[in-house]
Design a protein around this ligand. Structure first.
Ligand SMILES: [Fe+2]
Ligand SMILES: [Fe+2]
Length: 131
């Protein structure tokens, strides 16, 4: 999956973090192509978990500071993703890198990266730029 300028929010800090997430996504895809060793998938998920956690905190901090009116709903989405990544992590721990866990990981990250960034983060960025 490629970063696309369409996904830019215009807030440099957020955009840089999003680009990093995309790079990670590529690594997961690569690991899956090469027969997805469980260890590799797990370490990527672990990284993702930490990364997403700090990225979400940064984003939420900006939203709180700028008193973004939709911040509660946005936070809920972040929480949902965190829980998803957590449950994926446990699933992979138990089942290993099976076709199902790999597909689920890909779907979750696609949703997180493309849909969330493209809709919700962009909407926030639009608001933030007017502040
Ligand atoms: Fe984001
Ligand atoms: Fe977000």
């Amino acid at each position: 999956m490629q970063w696309d300028e369409q996904l830019a929010t215009g807030v440099t800090k957020i955009d840089e973090q999003h680009k990093d997430l995309f790079k990670r996504m590529d690594k997961i895809a690569e690991a899956c192509k090469n027969g997805a060793a469980k260890d590799e998938l797990m370490s990527t998920l672990m990284y993702l978990r930490k990364y997403v956690d700090s990225h979400f905190s940064d984003e939420e901090e900006l939203q709180d500071k700028s008193e973004y009116p939709k911040r509660e709903g946005h936070k809920k989405q972040h929480k949902f993703f965190m829980e998803k990544v957590d449950s994926l992590f446990h699933e992979c721990e138990e089942e290993g890198a099976t076709l199902t866990t790999i597909l689920k990981t890909n779907t979750t990250i696609n949703d997180l990266l493309v849909n969330h960034i493209n809709n919700h983060d962009k909407e926030f960025a639009k608001y933030f730029r007017t502040k």
